[in-house]
Design a protein around this ligand. Structure first.
Ligand code: GDP
Ligand code: IMO
Ligand code: MG
Length: 462
């Protein structure tokens, strides 16, 4: 797939709650890029899990941009939080024949995730009990908290003589919080090991090219290169405009590209918005179209995939019980968290939310993924409106989780057989669904995903 907009950065942004297929989307673009182009992450950390298929094998990228198998330069931008040992380990998963170190650079402004940030994240979540966010436990919120409270250590700091001293001061502060606030004593044995891994990661970081994100972007654009900004998480995880407080701690929306790379907003072009043909969510928070509602939310909170498989050996996609339909959607879509292995909650596509996401990201093109997952359903639904306090609306309320929302649905019949059998065309029913979405959302769908691998797509022909 070729990028349209050469003179500006193209953000690729998830329009839902993450896991929309951003990794595959970026990898497809990457295959058309050259060494004069750039793929950059601008926020988040190893809470992301972006799956791509390469040579019949799947890889899950958490920090490394998903274009690593192409020829473009890759960059971990200023707005990111980087766990050095997780980063080092991730680079070891790349096959030896892929030379990427010369193409890789990291911003000095990116924030370091310390082993104590990871502890703070999991311990504080456990203490929240039923008020938990369902974080990935990777230390994301504590690391961004330190940035905002002006205590953070950043990648550029590792080259300073007093780095170890400053590390110790911050680490001791965290240990005090753990003990005094959460009554958690850090076990020295286990902690020594994670600290050892942290410093191996720091050594690795020191061997890399450290480059100011804004300078790199400016150089590439000046030479006419193309830039793709790979979003992590989804629009509704945005710290300000997502379903607060069930969000992550960074700006996941296209606006985050400007602050996450330190560039003027005028350098950012229209975004490629990416969404599934249905909806999923990992962790807590409002989900108006969830199949099975609260029952599903509670089930997914506590259950592991194998247990669910035992309980529902034949989960019916056409069951009258919506909860079971949700189980089927999860099973057919393999909706298991790529980072934590948690069950993803499942539901129908939510038009009001997607409309809002398109608007705030300036999504000028859409990618619709995982349409093939609906192959086994007889009927699918989309939520066209909400009814809130007796009023029909497509507006998103200030706090979704505090409103009693009734979803109004439109049903669509499903095609016969499998999408893959239709020879790179869509059956009439699928085309009706796609055309309806384009008309309702007012944005063109550039391709439809029909399977996990890069070639599993139907390019726009309609
Ligand atoms: P990301 O976080 O947005 O990159 O998405 P994830 O990788 O977490 O989750 C998307 C999952 O769906 C991955 O396992 C992909 O391999 C898979 N996937 C992506 N596009 C499609 C598609 O069109 N059809 C199917 N069946 N799977 C897809
Ligand atoms: P990708 O990039 C789906 C969710 C967590 C939790 C909330 C906050 O693969 O789409 P955090 O660890 O960030 O403090 O968790 O956000 N979450 C994701 N859900 N996909 C992701 O990333 C996510 N990253 C975080 O489950 O609800
Ligand atoms: Mg993911």
């Amino acid at each position: 797939m070729k990028l349209k907009n050469k003179s500006k950065i193209t953000p690729l942004i998830g329009l839902q709650w993450g896991d929309e297929g951003k990794g595959k989307g970026v990898a497809r673009i990457a295959s058309s890029l050259s060494k004069n182009d750039l793929i950059v992450r601008f926020q988040g950390g190893n809470n992301a899990g972006h799956t791509i298929w390469q040579g019949g094998k799947s890889y899950v990228f958490k920090l490394i941009p998903s274009g690593i198998f192409g020829r473009a330069q890759i960059h971990l931008g200023a707005g990111m939080v980087v766990n050095p040992s997780a980063f080092f380990n991730e680079t070891k998963t790349i096959p030896k024949n892929i030379s990427f170190l010369k193409r890789l650079s990291v911003s000095p402004h990116a924030v370091l995730i310390l082993p104590t940030h990871v502890l703070l994240d999991s311990v504080s979540e456990t203490k929240k009990g039923d008020k938990k966010i369902g974080s990935t436990g990777r230390g994301i919120a504590p690391a961004y908290t330190d940035l905002v409270s002006r205590n953070a250590l950043r990648v550029g700091d590792i080259f300073q003589k007093d780095f170890k001293k400053r590390y110790q001061v911050l680490c001791d502060q965290h240990k005090k919080i753990l003990l005094n606030l959460y009554k958690y004593k850090v076990s020295s044995e286990k902690f020594k090991k994670s600290e050892g891994n942290f410093f191996s990661g720091i050594k690795f970081l020191k061997s890399l090219t450290i480059k100011n994100s804004a300078d790199l972007v400016a150089e590439i654009l000046a030479k006419g290169g193309k830039i793709i900004a790979e979003g992590a998480q989804g629009t509704f995880h945005d710290i300000r405009f997502g379903n607060y407080p069930f969000v992550t701690s960074s700006h996941t929306i296209a606006g985050g590209v400007a602050t996450g790379l330190g560039i003027p907003p005028s350098w950012i072009g229209g975004a490629i918005g990416i969404c599934k043909a249905y909806a999923t969510k990992v962790g807590e928070g409002p989900f108006p179209t969830e199949l099975g509602g609260e029952r599903s939310a509670v089930w997914c909170r506590d259950k592991k995939f194998n247990y669910e498989k035992e309980k529902f050996p034949n989960p019916g996609p056409n069951s009258k019980d919506e909860f079971r339909q949700g189980v089927a959607l999860r099973r057919l879509g393999n909706e298991i968290g790529a980072v934590t292995g948690r069950l993803r909650r499942t539901g129908w596509l939510d038009i009001p939310l997607i409309k809002y996401a398109i608007k705030i990201n300036n999504a000028t093109e859409l990618v619709l993924t995982k349409l093939d997952v609906l192959d086994n359903f007889k009927k699918i639904k989309v939520c066209t409106h909400y009814i809130i306090n007796g009023r029909r609306t497509t507006d998103i309320p200030f706090d979704l989780s505090r409103e009693k929302i009734k979803c109004v649905y439109k049903s669509f019949p499903v095609w016969r057989g499998k999408l893959e059998d239709y020879d790179n065309k869509l059956p009439r029913e699928a085309l009706d669904y796609v055309r309806y979405l384009e008309k309702t959302l007012g944005v063109k769908i550039i391709y439809v995903g029909t399977g996990p691998e890069e070639h599993h797509v139907v390019e726009r022909y309609w």
